[in-house]
Design a protein around this ligand. Structure first.
Ligand code: CO
Length: 465
């Protein structure tokens, strides 16, 4: 019997997509022992925005969270999402930092590292892959991930080539990441059949979002076309900008006679556990019911839902909502000028802001943001298609584009030395140093809090005695 397995995303992507990653560890620690028995392919629980959110908003040590997850989920693969050379941040880190980060992630409990680059420039995921291979334990999986988008240059053939390349590089599995939820059932069928033919029995995973309302149809086609793993979220945290529902897919797969290895009683119990948690965040406004709605506009403009709401917020701030339609129409043009980058962080913000600027200034590219300039210079990697020559000339002048990997390769240990010095006696372990390199301001504040808290507790204990 054909097998399709499910990755549960409630702890990471559903949490990130629906409520800006504000779920504290303490909210879900109580259900982990049950989740460990559910039979998921993996639980996506770390990486993405969780790291930043722990330090910035939740006063949590992300490494401590990971160790807690590991302890309470001894039998389940723990999965994280990693932005290649950007790790969990927005800039390229040096190779020695990338390597150390992955060493520590595996050491603290991660099994599956899903690695992507916003531009699908695979030079930007090579160091991460090699580091996973270097520190891999028995169960470690390096998953090569493709940022899915639609454009004249993103053809089925092109995606098949990308998958062959990921296989050649040595990845263990391949994931198609449809972050905007714009992959149609038709596209899924052609893509997945083509890819499966090209990569043989290598595990293929589909990650999509319900944003545009297409996910259930697309996943159904994906299953019929031979997908091995799909990403779903427990039903009360599913739908809208999140993933399709775990229990619903379990039911549908049963009808197909497909075994997904899940325990029905336990996945229902997991959902029952999360229901009041969801309600708590709906009540306090952290989870906006708007994010649970279907937004088909993304299909027309190829713009992810989050990008639209950002744009509306910005234009409202500037009292320029009358320019909304013009700005929306400008986005696909800017994207074409920039060589059709997939609209995923950080490209989605860059393209959106530039489109708004072009419209508000009344002259295209009169003002070009620093980020877009750096992109045109090549600092993020190679664009999927050539950048508009006129625009390119305007930014580059007579200089030639840079190689984004030149700077990344510098192995100096400098980042570690600087972090150690900046942290002084606040630093206790390599994990503290790594947090600081990724998010210096937030980590400094977090570690100062930790120290103050412990000193208070020490005083308290002495008085008690
Ligand atoms: Co996602």
């Amino acid at each position: 019997m054909k097998k399709v397995q499910l990755t549960e995303t409630v702890l990471r992507d559903a949490n990130q997509s629906l409520m800006a990653t504000r779920l504290p560890y303490s909210d879900y620690e109580g259900i982990l022992a049950d989740m460990d028995k559910a039979g998921y392919y993996s639980i996506e629980c770390w990486g993405g925005a969780t790291f930043d959110s722990c330090l910035r908003y939740l006063n949590e040590d992300p490494w401590e969270r990971l160790r807690g997850l590991r302890k309470n989920l001894p039998n389940t693969r723990l999965q994280m999402l990693l932005r290649g050379q950007n790790l969990l941040g927005y800039k390229h880190y040096h190779d020695d930092v990338v390597e150390k980060f992955i060493e520590l992630s595996i050491k603290n409990g991660i099994d599956v590292i899903r690695i992507f680059d916003a531009l699908n420039d695979f030079r930007n995921i090579e160091t991460a892959l090699n580091s996973v291979k270097k520190y891999a334990k028995e169960k470690t999986i390096a998953s090569g991930c493709i940022s899915y988008t639609q454009s004249p240059v993103h053809t089925v053939d092109k995606y098949i080539e990308m998958c062959k390349e990921l296989k050649k590089m040595g990845f263990d599995t391949i994931c198609l990441k449809d972050m905007a939820g714009t992959m149609s059932p038709y596209e899924a069928e052609h893509l997945i059949k083509g890819i499966k033919d090209a990569i043989g029995d290598m595990t293929l995973i589909l990650h999509t979002h319900c944003t545009t309302g297409m996910a259930y149809m697309t996943i159904t086609k994906a299953i019929e076309s031979g997908i091995d793993v799909i990403d779903t979220a427990t039903s009360c945290f599913s739908g809208g900008t999140s993933q399709p529902s775990t229990e619903t897919m379990f039911y549908a797969l049963q009808q197909y006679g497909i075994d997904c290895g899940l325990d029905e009683e336990i996945i229902n119990k997991v959902n029952d556990y999360f229901k009041p948690i969801k309600q708590k965040y709906v009540d306090n406004g952290q989870l906006n019911p708007k994010s649970l709605a279907t937004d088909a506009q993304a299909l027309v403009y190829k713009v992810p839902g989050g990008m639209l709401s950002n744009m509306i917020a910005n234009l409202t701030d500037m009292h320029a909502m009358d320019k909304f339609d013009d700005a929306l129409a400008e986005i696909p043009k800017v994207r074409a000028d920039l060589g059709y980058p997939p609209l995923v962080t950080p490209l989605s913000q860059m393209v959106g802001n530039q489109a708004v600027t072009n419209v508000l200034v009344g002259e295209r590219y009169k003002n070009i943001s620093k980020e877009v300039k750096n992109y045109i210079k090549g600092e993020y990697g190679i664009a999927p298609a050539p950048i508009d020559p006129e625009l390119s000339k305007k930014v580059l002048g007579d200089s030639i584009p840079v190689d984004c990997r030149d700077e990344d390769k510098k192995r100096t240990g400098e980042d570690f030395a600087n972090a150690k010095e900046a942290l002084g006696d606040l630093c206790r372990c390599e994990e503290d140093i790594m947090s600081y390199i990724c998010y210096p301001d937030q980590t400094l504040k977090f570690l100062q809090n930790r120290k103050a808290q412990e000193e208070n507790e020490a005083v308290y204990t002495i008085e008690e005695m």
